[in-house]
Structures are given as structure tokens and as C-alpha cells.
Design a protein around this ligand. Structure first.
Ligand SMILES: [Zn+2]
Length: 1068
């Protein structure tokens, strides 16, 4: 999966409005924050059992022998929660129940079909006709009546003194994993979503299971689905006419999302059985599970579609299943759709049959899939259109979008098949499906999702309009398409056994995406950009004590969601890049190919991969025979953080003592007394041998060695630079003499040093200074060479690091001096690239121009400000003219003009946002509207972000919030708004949103702000869910920044003064 919005990846301390192109953690949709906090575990069993008992009695009273399962949502899953949200929940049940019947707007033939979909089922593979009819017979009034009764019961439980007592008991973490006694073999899933009706879904599922160990319980996942116990049936697979084995009890464990069928007799090992049931679902608007999305067609009519997002734990919301990645099975999907709609799924359409007795409805049956994990199942019912092409190997390739934007899908349709073919060649494993669909959806929580054979995207990640989208948008589309196609191998063919090894999916896709993109755009030099976009960006996260190892134990859905973050994606891909250099790319490819072959349609762990890579490297002689990949890589994946390598040269310079220590932002405050050390591949270039092409290690520093000596270095007048092309995941520090030699080289002829190493030197030096390993005098002295630098990548590293200083200085008396210093450095760059954009310039020149403009305007360079406002004014006078502002500089122009302007500029931007049909343009305008300095506009904008029907989609709410939070004027507003409306925001997203917390705390660096964030953490201990680590990261970072101010502020003020930038007022 790919991150939703590329501005999400901005570093914690960054506050500029750049469009980063990193791919990191998706902003994953996830179940609500229920369970798993300290108090809850105990109640999951007791509390739920209690509720279920009441449900059961209720059911008996109301309908005789029927017992319904009510989805845990909107009911709280624990008593503790009941106490907290008493009123909210009761009201929710009334007003916003997700229970479809309660919401049915009116009865029409669509919303209340008169014929059972099942009776018209095109298949007769099951012994009995799937009984959807009974589901339909759950009458509206019956259900409403029961809801009321349950409310009463819920209320009475809330006041039970016994329960209150229990609440204080400490709890153990429940085991959320499914038992291993059963293995799903095949699913038949039939769904009739009422996309154009009341959004209910009639469902039927048959699951064939193999019994691995005798068991009297069938445990599987079910969530937000209503089933009817009478329809649950279990038969031996070889005797489908069997009347059904007796299920003595149906149990629903809400906390763990389990349905448990208790059987009279244990099932026999080695036998296969088929469990079937009917259910009722609901196309939700939360962007997860099977959900609905809408858009306006060219006539302004609202059109609906239904689509899915199952990763990591949402398949259970669409149909009952064994929702763990290790439980692979084949899937046969049937989708019912109306005549004017199309349905697509993972596999090609096998046949379409009329839906008996339901005029205008059809059943689409899809071919049975290859064995795959539940989270990769996908289906879409829409009125979209497609473009198609065929890859070289004959795979049918189609790209889908709403009709009015289908021309923007041409670029994806062009590069998709090329990348797919390239990966087949690269991995030496064929793409196994006959087709690959990709679809751009109007509402999508992440950036994209790699569902096998049906990749779903946010529109900004798949559509590209050469007229109005920027080069950066094109790069983003290329990157995401390559990322998702890479997953067809890493993730889909071979899948991690459990989410602990998520990084195997995301790390590989995040590395291989660059290989795919490099193939279709060789002139873009994307492998160089990896350094700033990926490696240096995750350095800034992994230097915190609140980081985590790449490979980490997770259980609960909240914990799983947490690890879709920069560590899994960016650190994962950075250490794979490191491997590809120390093993050589040929050995890496060989090992990967054998691994994919060996585990195809199966699951693996990282140790399996290490084994295959070791074998390949030993065969090729690229790794010493007494060393394994596991020995090396365990030090990188099982422990968090990374080292700084200290290189101290002898007096004559010819030898160097090399040591390693963990690089921490603030070592002094470290509470972690564990000894960290790594296997470090060392190599270097020198002044007399400036060879920056050999990236294999010349020396290995073992994790057990406290130091190594490197000999045969040049004399002390010549520099050495370690970590050639920054292929190792570590920083390098030198003695002052060597630093000064490097600086001298940069000043005299910087091109002797590789572009990537120039970016490395800047990034390492500034962060070493930040953590107190190096003096700022040396780090800042490096910046003096930048006047001669023409390459984008070193510039990008340089401005990224300055962001930190700007942020900390912003509210200090020395800000003016710092501002002038940076301005004097940026203006020559600005003048060299010019404000006027040229679309025919090389991609990197355009990126450089954008960087220069953004900074010049941000620092108040008058000409930049005037030009931006003038362009914007021209556009306001001629709104239909798309050619006034070049796409590359739109971000800067919009933001600058809206910041300088007033209500008119803002309103104009809003209207253009509503009007445009280009998703990337909408996204630029949404971000720019957060740049205004008018407090009332910002307040109104914040309100709109969390208001349905305000024109801002749920998928964009956090973009809007972050845009306001990044604005120094908006930050206090956003923080107050967040604290005052935490419950509302939480409910709006259906989860604790990491991104809003990250963006609003990014600029904090005072003791008061630290207190406030800590208080917030305390108050929301139980509902931070998947955002809890983001808050811990923020607290640690703010603490460090406060210490940094104490230690460094004056030094930098003095240094600025020494450079002629005085902080004092003259003429006093
Ligand atoms: Zn991914």
C-alpha cells in the first residue's frame, strides 16, 4: 500500500509547504480505538459475554427463536467504553446507526427487492440454494424494535455496580490470532450491494476448510456485518447434501472480531468441511471494508460506486473470513449489479447471468483466483470507463476512471504495462494473472492498494493531466504505479506469515518502485533522489528512542496500523538498497528470484529470505563463506536505530580508527541502556582516489567489534569520505581535520565528490551538529560551497536541514539574522533558475526551480512575492485560462498569493477547487487555502474540514487540517481545535489520525507546548489507538528541541554574527 498523500511524509520539523514525494506509511484506515488498552482486555471476554447474553435473551423475546448478531459498531466493545461514551453511543444508535435497515430512506424496488437474490443465483455449486431470502425477511420494524430493546439492556449494564468494580481490574492482552486448527481452502463470496439504493449489501459466503487438528470450534473473523444464526450451516465437503452438523452455540467475540461456532462433536483432522451463511452488510462511508464513494458527473448528477479497502484487517467487514495474511485460499467472487454498472474483481469476468426475477440486475461471476490472502481481495461496482493495452507478455492491462477524467489515465496506461513487463524480467518470475486492472477512485484513504489484479488508487496517484499537473505529480504517479506493481510479487505472490514482517512487503515495494520508475524514466535519475526522499527522511525518525525495530511483534489491528510507517517503508527500502550494494545487485536478484519461486502462493518470514540471499551470495562469491545475510541483517531489522561511524585518522593520516555508536538525537536523556551495535559495510573514496563508483564493502565492521583499523589511506593533507554513495544505513563523523579537508574540496571543486555524497555530507554534518557530535561552525561552513552547487539533490538536503533551524528560530530575536543569511544563499539560486518556468527543462531543473521559489517567497524576497501575486491576479481575471501559471510553480504561487491576499483570493481558490476536474489541482488548492493569514478564514476552514457535505472529502480532511497546522498563524488555532474537538475528529475519521497529530505538533518547541502535548497524551491515553506512537515521537522531539535551544541557540547566533548577520537592533 502507498501513503495517501505525499505531503504526509514531511518531516516532523519541516513546516514548509513542499510536496514531498516519499512513500511512507499509508494513513491507514483502521477499526475504532476499542479494546487493547490496559483496562479493556478483561472486559472483552466478560463484558462481551454479558452483552451477548442480553442480546440473546432480547432476540428470543422479540422474535421467538431468532438471534441476531449486532455489529459491535455502534455498540462499544467494552464496558469501560460504555461508561466513557454513554450518551454518545446511545445517540449514535438512534441517529447514525450503520445498521442499514434503520437508515433505509424509503422503500423502493431497489432498496427492498421483492425477490430473493439467492433464488436467482446463477450458481448451483452449493448443496442448497444460498438463502439470502431469510436475510431479506428481517423486517425493518423488527430490527428497530430490537435495537431499542438492546439500548435498554445496554443502559442497564452501564449502571451495574459489578461492572464498575471489574473495570478497575488489571487486564491481560487478549490473543487476537485465530486458532490454527482450521485452514480455509476456498471461498465462494456472493454480494449484492445496493449502490444506487440504501447502501445495504446482501451477502452469502461458503468457506471450504481443511481440519488440521480436531476441533469442536470454528473461529473466524466477522465485523460490522449482521448475520442470522439460522443460516449458518456446516456440512462435510464430500457430502454436500448432508443436512448439516449441529452447531450448539453461536458466539460473537466483539473485541476480537470473532464469530465462534461451537459444535457438538469435534471435527476430524484431515477432513474438509463447508461452512456457509447469509449476512447483511452496509456500504459504509469510512473508506474501509466494502464502502461507497461518489462523484458528480458532467451534468452535475451525483453518481455512486462501491469499492473495497481490506488491508490490513477490513475484509472481515465485507464477508466472514479467516482474515489473516497467512491463511491463503482461493476465491470465487459473484457480484450482483444493475444494468448500467460494471463490476470488476481480482480475476477476469467468467460470465454474466441475468438475476432471476430482478429486472435490470445481473450476476457477474469471476474466475476462481490463485491462492491469496484475504486482504488482497477486491471488488468495485461502478459506472466507470477504461482504457486498455496489453503488456509484452500478453497480460491484459486496463485503467479505469470516471468518464470525464479517463484521458488523464493515459500516462498510467502507458507506463503500467512497461513496468509490469520489466518486473517479470527483473524477478524472473512471471506475473501469474491473465489481467491487471487499475482504478482511480474519488474517495480513497491511502494512496493506493495493491489488490491482486485490481489495484485501487486515489485519483492523485493514478491520474496525470499534462496540461495542469506538475512534474512532481507525474513523478508521484510513476512512483505509486511502480510501487503497487512491485507488490504483485512482494506481498501478493509471497506474503508475510503475519504483519510482524510487513516491512518485507513495504520495504521491497518502496525500493523496487525506484527500479521500475528508472526503467520507464531513465533520464530522471530517480536512484539519486532516493537519498533525500527516503533514506535521509527516515534517518530523522529512526534517531528517536521512541522509534521501533523494522520487524516488530504486533497483534491488535491498532498495532498493525501503527507499523504502516516510515520505518517499514523507508528504513525497509534503505536497508534493502544497502544489501543490493553489499551483495551486488546480481546476487540480490538471484536470491530474490529463487525465494519468490520457492514460496509462491505461500507465506514466508524474513529468515526465509535471508536463507535464499545467503545461498545466492555464497554461490556468487559476493559474501564471505563464513558470513550469512541473517547475521548481518538481524542487526538492522531486529533492533531499532542506526549507528554513527566515527572515523579518526592517525597523525600522518594513513590509518583510521573506526568505531560505531547508536546515533540518537539526544543521548543525554537516553533511558535505554541496551548495547546497540551493527554489522557495518565500510568503504571510502579519497582525494587521491576519488572513485565513487565502487560501492561494495572493503571492510566489514562486525557487531562484536568495538573498533576496526582501516589502513592504506592517503596522507593527512588529503580527505577521505566514507560510505560511498550513502549506500550504508549510517552516518559518518570525522575528526575536524578531515572535515576541513572535505570542506576545502567542496569550495574548490565540489564535483570531484559524488552528488549523493555531497548530499550525505550536508545531511550528516547538520544532524551530527544537532545531536552534539560536531560543532555547528563546521556544519554551517559546508553551506558556503552551495553558491556553486547546481544539482538538485544536495540542494534539497541543504534546505531540508535549514528547515529545522528556521522552525526553532522563528519566534526568537535572531530570526531576522538567520533569515537574511539563508536569503543571501538562496537568492543566487533563485536568480539562476528564474521565476518563469519552462516545461521543457529537465525534471531536476524544474524541481530545483520550485525549491528556490518556495524558499525565496517564504523568506520574503520581494520580487518573488510580487511575481507570485501578479500571476495569481492574472489568473483571477481570466479564471478559465490554464496557461497563466505553470503547473510546476502553482503550489508556490497559490500559497504566496493567498497568504498575502484576503477573502477574495481565498474565495477564488475555493471556487476553482470546486470547479476543477483534476485531482492534483484540487489537492494543490486545498493546501494553499491553509496559507492565509486571516484567522477567521482559517477557523472556518478547520470547521469545514470535519463537516460532511462541506465540499471537502473525508480523504482530504487531514490535508486541510495539516495545511492550517503548518501555517504559523494557523498552528495555535489547529491545536486548540484539535483539543476541543478530539472526540468529534476521532469519530469523523473513525480512528485516531496520526497525521493531524503529527502536523500540529511539528512546530512545537517550548516547555509550555511540551506540557500541553503531555497532558493531551494523558487525557487520551485510551483513545490514541494507532496514533499513540506519533504522540510519543512528538514528545521526544519537542523535549530534544527544548534542550537544543539551551545548548545551541547562542552558538548559532554567534556564528551568524561572525558571518556578518547581526541579531541586534542597530543605532541603540
Ligand atoms: Zn505498499
Amino acid at each position: 500500500m502507498t501513503e495517501g498523500n505525499f505531503s504526509l511524509v514531511e518531516k516532523d520539523h519541516a513546516k514548509k509547504r513542499r510536496m514531498s514525494s516519499d512513500i511512507v506509511a499509508m494513513d491507514m484506515a483502521q477499526p475504532e480505538n476499542s479494546a487493547f488498552e490496559k483496562k479493556n482486555g478483561f472486559f472483552v471476554t466478560r463484558g462481551t459475554a454479558w452483552l451477548l447474553l442480553l442480546l440473546f435473551i432480547c432476540g428470543l423475546l422479540a422474535t421467538g427463536l431468532l438471534v441476531y448478531y449486532y455489529a459491535p459498531d455502534p455498540y462499544p466493545s467494552t464496558v469501560a467504553e460504555l461508561h466513557q461514551h454513554e450518551t454518545v453511543h446511545i445517540n449514535e444508535v438512534k441517529a447514525e446507526s450503520k445498521f442499514p435497515m434503520a437508515q433505509r430512506p424509503s422503500t423502493t424496488t431497489t432498496t427492498s427487492p421483492t425477490t430473493s437474490p439467492t433464488s436467482a443465483s446463477p450458481t448451483s455449486t452449493s448443496s442448497e440454494a444460498p438463502n439470502m431470502k431469510e436475510m431479506k425477511e428481517m423486517h425493518e420494524d423488527q430490527i428497530e424494535e430490537k435495537e431499542e430493546e438492546i439500548e435498554q439492556e445496554v443502559k442497564s449494564t452501564m449502571h451495574s455496580p459489578e461492572m464498575q468494580e471489574e473495570e478497575e481490574q488489571p487486564a491481560e492482552k487478549p490473543d487476537v490470532r485465530l486458532p490454527r486448527s482450521l485452514k480455509p481452502v476456498h471461498y465462494q463470496v456472493k454480494l449484492q450491494p445496493f449502490v444506487n439504493g440504501n447502501f445495504s449489501i446482501f451477502g452469502y459466503v461458503e468457506i471450504e476448510m481443511e481440519v488440521l487438528e480436531p476441533t469442536a470450534e470454528i473461529v473466524l473473523h466477522i465485523y460490522d456485518i449482521v448475520t442470522h444464526n439460522q443460516t449458518v450451516k456446516l456440512v462435510p465437503a464430500d457430502t454436500p447434501d448432508h443436512l448439516g452438523l449441529e452447531i450448539v452455540k453461536h458466539e460473537y467475540d466483539h473485541g476480537r472480531h470473532f464469530y465462534i461456532a461451537h459444535l457438538e462433536e469435534p471435527l476430524e483432522a484431515g477432513q474438509n468441511y463447508i461452512l456457509s451463511m447469509n449476512f447483511l452488510g452496509y456500504l459504509n462511508d469510512e473508506l474501509k471494508g466494502f464502502y461507497r464513494s461518489s462523484y458528480k458527473d458532467e451534468e452535475g448528477n451525483e453518481r455512486w460506486l462501491a469499492t473495497t479497502q481490506f488491508q490490513p484487517t477490513h475484509a472481515r467487514k465485507a464477508f466472514p473470513c479467516f482474515d489473516e495474511p497467512g491463511m491463503k485460499a482461493t476465491f470465487e467472487v459473484y457480484l450482483a449489479r444493475e444494468e448500467n454498472m460494471t463490476s470488476i474483481s481480482n480475476m477476469p469476468l467468467a460470465e454474466t447471468l441475468p438475476f432471476e426475477d430482478q429486472e435490470g440486475w445481473y450476476w457477474d461471476r469471476f474466475n476462481t483466483s490463485v491462492p491469496m490472502s484475504t486482504y488482497l481481495v477486491a471488488f468495485v461496482v461502478s459506472d466507470f470507463v477504461y482504457l486498455n493495452s496489453t503488456s509484452d507478455n500478453g497480460t491484459l492491462f486496463r485503467v479505469w476512471a470516471r468518464e470525464s477524467v479517463i484521458n488523464q489515465a493515459e500516462y498510467s496506461n502507458d507506463i503500467g504495462p512497461k513496468i509490469l513487463t520489466h518486473f517479470e524480467d527483473y524477478f524472473q518470475v512471471p506475473y501469474p494473472l491473465p489481467k491487471q486492472d487499475m482504478i482511480a477512485l474519488p474517495d480513497f484513504s491511502a494512496g493506493a492498494m495493491e489488490n491482486w489484479g485490481l489495484i485501487t488508487y486515489r485519483e492523485t496517484a493514478m491520474l496525470f493531466d499534462p496540461e495542469s499537473s506538475a512534474p512532481e505529480n507525474q513523478r508521484w504517479v510513476s512512483l505509486v504505479v511502480a510501487h503497487e506493481l512491485a507488490h504483485q510479487w512482494f506481498g501478493n505472490i509471497v506474503t508475510p506469515k503475519w504483519w510482524d514482517d510487513l516491512w518485507l512487503n513495504e520495504g521491497f515495494a518502496s525500493y523496487v518502485q525506484y527500479i521500475g520508475m528508472d526503467h520507464v524514466k531513465p533520464t530522471w535519475r530517480v536512484m539519486e533522489q532516493f537519498i533525500v526522499d527516503t533514506l535521509q527522511s527516515v534517518f530523522a525518525l529512526d534517531c528517536l528512542e521512541s522509534s521501533h525495530p523494522i520487524s516488530i511483534k504486533v497483534g491488535h489491528p491498532d498495532e498493525i496500523s501503527q507499523i504502516f510507517d516510515g520505518i517499514s517503508y523507508n528504513k525497509g527500502s534503505s536497508i534493502i538498497r544497502m544489501m543490493s550494494h553489499f551483495l551486488t545487485e546480481a546476487s540480490l536478484r538471484k536470491g530474490l528470484s529463487n525465494y519468490l519461486e520457492a514460496f509462491q502462493y505461500d507465506n514466508a518470514e524474513q529468515d526465509d529470505l535471508w536463507e535464499y540471499l545467503t545461498t545466492a551470495a555464497h554461490e556468487d562469491g559476493t559474501l564471505p563463506s563464513d558470513l550469512t545475510v541473517k547475521t548481518i541483517m538481524d542487526t538492522w531489522t531486529l533492533q531499532m536505530g542506526y549507528p554513527v561511524i566515527n572515523v579518526t585518522r592517525s597523525l600522518d593520516g594513513t590509518t583510521a580508527t573506526v568505531t560505531q555508536e547508536r546515533y540518537l538525537l539526544n543521548k543525554k536523556n537516553s533511558m535505554d541502556d541496551r548495547h546497540y551495535s551493527w554489522w557495518v559495510p565500510l568503504n571510502y573514496a579519497s582525494q587521491s582516489n576519488p572513485n565513487f563508483t565502487v560501492t561494495s564493502p572493503s571492510v566489514w565492521m562486525k557487531a562484536s567489534e568495538s573498533e576496526v583499523t582501516v589502513s592504506s589511506l592517503p596522507s593527512s593533507e588529503e580527505w577521505v569520505i566514507f560510505n560511498v554513495q550513502e549506500t550504508g544505513f549510517y552516518r559518518v563523523n570525522y575528526d575536524d581535520d578531515n572535515w576541513n579537508l572535505i570542506i576545502q574540496q567542496l569550495k574548490t571543486d565540489h564535483e570531484v565528490i559524488h552528488t549523493i555524497n555531497r548530499a550525505q555530507i550536508i545531511d550528516d554534518a547538520m544532524d551530527l551538529a544537532r545531536a552534539g557530535h560536531l560543532s555547528y561552525d563546521i556544519a554551517l561552513d559546508i553551506y558556503t560551497y552551495l553558491g556553486n552547487e547546481t544539482e538538485y539533490v544536495p540542494w534539497k538536503s541543504a534546505v531540508n536541514k535549514l528547515d529545522y533551524l528556521v522552525n526553532l528560530f522563528q519566534r526568537t530575536g535572531a530570526y531576522g539574522a538567520l533569515q537574511n543569511y539563508i536569503k543571501d544563499m538562496i537568492v543566487p539560486l533563485y536568480e539562476s533558475v528564474g521565476f518563469a518556468d519552462n516545461a521543457s527543462d529537465h525534471l531536476l531543473t524544474q524541481f530545483k526551480r520550485k525549491t528556490a521559489l518556495t524558499w525565496a517567497c517564504k523568506l520574503g524576497h520581494q520580487e518573488c512575492l510580487d511575481s507570485a501575486s501578479a500571476f495569481f491576479q492574472q489568473w483571477m481575471e481570466d479564471p478559465q485560462n490554464n496557461n497563466i501559471i505553470s503547473p510546476n510553480i502553482k503550489d508556490t504561487v497559490y500559497c504566496t498569493a493567498i497568504e498575502a491576499g484576503g477573502e477574495n483570493e481565498w474565495e477564488f481558490a475555493w471556487n476553482m477547487y470546486l470547479e476543477t476536474n483534476v485531482a492534483s489541482e484540487k489537492s494543490k488548492l486545498l493546501k494553499a487555502m491553509g496559507c492565509t493569514k486571516k484567522i477567521w478564514l482559517l477557523s472556518r476552514y478547520l470547521e469545514m474540514a470535519f463537516m460532511k457535505d462541506s465540499g471537502i472529502r473525508l480523504q482530504d480532511s487531514d490535508t486541510v487540517f495539516s495545511a492550517v497546522a503548518k501555517n504559523p498563524v494557523g498552528r495555535p488555532l489547529a491545536w486548540t481545535y484539535l483539543r476541543d474537538n478530539w472526540q468529534k475528529i476521532h469519530k469523523y475519521f473513525g480512528k485516531a489520525n496520526k497525521r493531524v497529530l503529527k502536523s500540529v505538533t511539528a512546530g512545537f518547541n517550548t516547555k509550555q507546548q511540551l506540557r500541553e502535548v503531555k497532558l493531551f497524551q494523558e487525557e487520551h491515553e485510551d483513545d490514541l489507538g494507532a496514533a499513540s506512537r506519533a504522540v510519543e515521537n512528538a514528545i521526544e522531539r519537542i523535549t530534544n528541541d527544548i534542550a537544543w535551544m539551551d545548548n545551541n541557540y547562542q552558538n548559532i547566533v554567534d556564528w551568524l554574527e561572525s558571518q556578518g548577520y547581526n541579531s541586534k537592533v542597530s543605532n541603540v
